[in-house]
Design a protein around this ligand. Sequence first.
Ligand code: ATP
Length: 423
Amino acid sequence: MTVIGLDDTDSREQGMCTTYAATLVADAIRETGGRVDRRLLVRLNPAVKQKTRGNAALALHTDVSPETALGLAADVVDRLAVGDDPRTSPGVVVADGDPAAVPESVRRFARDAVRDFHATDDAVKLAESAGYRHRGWRGGRGRIGALAAVGAWAAFEEWTYEQISYREFDRCGTPRAVDEDSVFAAAEAAYPDAWDTVDTEENQAVCVPNAPGPILHGVRGDDVNAVRSVAERIESEPVERTTLFLTNQGTDAHLRAGRLGDVEDGRAYRLDGRVYAAPETRAGGHVFVTLADGSGATLPCVAFEPTKRFRDRVRALRVGDELTVCGEVSDGTLKLEKFAVRALNRVETVVPDCPDCGRRMKSAGRNQGYRCRACGTKTAGKTEQYVERDLEEGWYEVPPCARRHVAKPLVRGGFDAPTHPER
Ligand code: ATP
């Protein structure tokens, strides 16, 4: 088996994308009589600044020789890769052998590429020490993603599917002609085996990208037949080709366990804390809430405006609620992707009502408790009262329209508390 890793062949201006380049390499392999057994679409650290959009890298598992593989991939990159875009820095890495049996160092490199940062030199050194062929263009930064894609099959246990359908090339750049009713009907029929196809509340066909580029739609899910059938049922302009990818999308592969006081920018965490400062809606509609933990550390968290109705969940939090939060830390603030309510603070302290007449009591002076002006009744202090909450225990998430590629939708299951999935 030969593994081809490919990354950074896309350009903002031309709106190309690396999945398309991988598809062209697969075609070239087939034209030479070779076989492609698997195509991986691997999402890497979403905090990487150089990414064009979703920080995707691609791998093909094939039976052609490593020399042929490198030659075919290099031809496609030469053909596509967008000479004038200085931000494009393509890379190809080719490994000989079983993708499940890459060296431990390569497996670790792939794992870390989703959670951390790598340098091109380290990727090149590691590829060479593993005996892999590689080629870079304009600095070849894409070899980071390409090597991670080579190691991905061994690095990740959980895989989902995306059926990507491409536009006819001449139409790229024009508005996509997709019948939305057919998207909603197909999504409904296949849910939850196919997820994040639409956002029913925002009335948005999430599987149809807005960005320029050759993708007409991409249908994600846990079941091959479900994603295929949704793609087939969508009525649209002609589909030039359609391809199934195995992906680490929707798996939370980017999250690491951490503690509130130890977080670093550019990494994504799962953290426990207690609401320390009440939620606050700021300019632009972004909702902030600050958490604290037992050590005294605090961390601001934010639900940005595009997370839409998720912000109502955050606004419903109260000081004292115990949470687990998930998201990437950027500029010292955690960008919420989901959170679990572990315990709700259902108690508030209020000025007591008079036990005799029921009127609200008034302060009897500093540190002197409360007194009823009508009856003269006195009490020593405030009293506790039950608060009705419109949150429940369990997990809440951003809606499909705001999901990050790698974030796991609640509907996929496997969470440690009840879930409140968005669809
Ligand atoms: P598209 O979605 O259109 O394919 P993209 O968002 O995947 O684009 P790229 O153009 O591929 O973005 O750019 C990402 C760059 O970052 C690549 O060169 C890749 O090698 C590099 N990269 C990926 N992961 C890491 C990481 N963890 N540390 C450092 N660099 C990384």
